[in-house]
Design a protein around this ligand. Structure first.
Ligand SMILES: NC(=O)c1ccc[n+]([C@@H]2O[C@H](COP(=O)([O-])OP(=O)(O)OC[C@H]3O[C@@H](n4cnc5c(N)ncnc54)[C@H](O)[C@@H]3O)[C@@H](O)[C@H]2O)c1
Length: 319
C-alpha cells in the first residue's frame, strides 16, 4: 500500500486517478479548492467502505505554500492535476490562471522536495505545441504556446525538470491531449468539446463549433491517461522527462460530430461560428516516447471511449 497526494483530485481527471488508486488499496489524499472540482466526484458509488476509508479530502489552495507543505505529510507520490485548466479562461484571466498553474506548481515542487516525496507526476498539455510545424507532435518539436495557459504549462514543465536536476526530486511531465470521460463537466462555459457535444445530442440542442469543424484533436479516453500516470510512477527512465500521453490518432470535429450522431442516434445539426482566440488548429500526438519509456499502450480506443462517455452522460442527464 502506497500513499498518494492527488492535487485537483475532485476534478475530472484527478477523481478518476483517485478512484483507481483506492481500488488498488492505496492511501489517497485529495487536495482541492473545489473551484471546478466537485464533492460528488469523490463519492465513488459501489466502492467498498474499507477502500473508501483510505480516502482523505483536504479543502485547500495550492497557491498557499503552507497548505502544500501540510498536504505532503506522509506522502510518497504526487499526481499534480490541480490547475485552472482552460485556454479561453486563461485568455480572459491571465493573472489568476498564472497563480494557480505556475505559482501553485512551484509551491508543490518545493513542498514535495522538502518532504522527501519519491516522485511527482505533472499534468501538462498538448497546448504547449501551439501551431508549431510538424505532425504528429513529438517532444523534440520546439513549443509554440499560443495562450497564457500553454505558457504556464510549458513553464511548469521547466520547473519540474530543474527540480529533478537541481534537487533530485523525481518529476515527470505528461502532455495530455484532449481527455474525455466520466466526471467531466458538461455545464461550464469553459467545458471541453466532447461533453458539450454529447450534452447537445442527448438533450436535442444544437452543438456549437468554433471555426469550420476541420480542426483536429487526438481525443483520449480518461482511462488511458490514468493508466499512463500509474506507469509514470514506476518507470525507471521517466524522471526528468516530458512525454505525450494520448492515443496517437486524430479526428476532426466534423468527424467527431458524425461519430456521436451514430452513437447517440441523434441527428441535430451543429451551429458554426468564429474560431476562438488561442485555440490551436490541429493536435495529434506521437506517443513513441511514452511507449518506450513508460511501456504505455492505449487501453481504450476512441470509439469505445466515446460509447462509455455517452453511457455515462445519459445517466447524468436523466438524473
Ligand atoms: N481535460 C483535458 O483534456 C486536459 C488536457 C491537458 C491537460 N489537462 C490538465 O489536467 C489537469 C486536470 O484537468 P481536468 O480536466 O481534470 O480539470 P478539472 O477542472 O476537472 O480539474 C482541476 C481541479 O483542480 C482544482 N483546482 C483548481 N485550482 C486549484 C487551486 N488553486 N488549488 C487547489 N485545487 C485547484 C479544481 O477545483 C479541480 O478539481 C489540469 O492540470 C489540466 O490542465 C487536462
Amino acid at each position: 500500500m502506497a500513499s498518494f497526494l492527488v492535487t485537483g483530485g475532485a476534478g475530472f481527471i484527478g477523481s478518476n486517478i483517485a478512484k483507481t488508486l483506492l481500488n488498488q488499496g492505496d492511501n489517497v489524499r485529495v487536495l482541492d479548492n473545489f473551484s471546478t472540482g466537485k464533492r460528488e466526484n469523490l463519492k465513488f458509488a459501489g466502492m467498498p467502505p474499507d477502500l473508501m476509508a483510505n480516502l482523505e479530502t483536504v479543502e485547500g489552495d495550492i497557491t498557499d505554500l503552507a497548505t502544500c507543505c501540510k498536504a505532503m505529510d506522509g506522502v510518497q507520490y504526487v499526481f499534480h492535476q490541480a490547475a485552472i485548466p482552460s485556454v479561453p479562461k486563461s485568455v480572459a484571466h491571465p493573472i489568476e490562471s498564472n497563480q494557480a498553474n505556475i505559482d501553485g506548481t512551484l509551491n508543490l515542487l518545493v513542498a514535495a522536495r522538502d518532504a522527501g516525496v519519491k516522485r511527482l507526476i505533472f499534468s501538462s498539455s498538448s497546448s504547449v505545441y501551439g501551431n508549431a510545424p510538424g505532425f504528429p507532435r513529438n517532444e523534440t518539436i520546439f513549443p509554440d504556446p499560443l495562450s497564457p495557459y500553454a505558457v504556464q504549462k510549458l513553464t511548469a514543465e521547466h520547473y519540474l525538470r530543474i527540480f529533478y536536476e537541481l534537487y533530485g526530486l523525481e518529476t515527470v511531465s505528461l502532455r495530455y491531449f484532449n481527455v474525455f470521460g466520466p466526471h467531466q463537466d458538461p455545464d461550464s462555459e469553459y467545458s471541453a468539446v466532447i461533453p458539450l457535444f454529447v450534452k447537445a445530442f442527448l438533450t436535442g440542442t444544437q452543438p456549437t463549433v468554433y471555426g469550420d469543424g476541420e480542426q483536429s484533436r487526438d481525443f483520449t479516453y480518461v482511462d488511458n491517461v490514468v493508466y499512463g500516470n500509474l506507469l509514470a510512477i514506476e518507470a525507471e527512465d521517466a524522471p526528468g522527462k516530458v512525454m505525450n500521453l494520448a492515443c496517437g490518432g486524430r479526428l476532426t470535429l466534423n468527424q467527431l460530430l458524425a461519430l456521436l450522431r451514430k452513437i447517440t442516434g441523434s441527428d441535430v445539426k451543429a451551429i458554426y461560428t468564429d474560431p476562438r482566440p488561442g485555440d490551436v488548429r490541429d493536435s495529434w500526438a506521437d506517443i513513441t516516447v511514452s511507449e518506450q519509456v513508460l511501456n504505455y499502450e492505449t487501453q481504450v480506443s476512441l470509439e469505445e471511449g466515446l460509447r462509455k462517455a455517452v453511457d455515462y452522460f445519459r445517466i447524468v442527464f436523466q438524473s
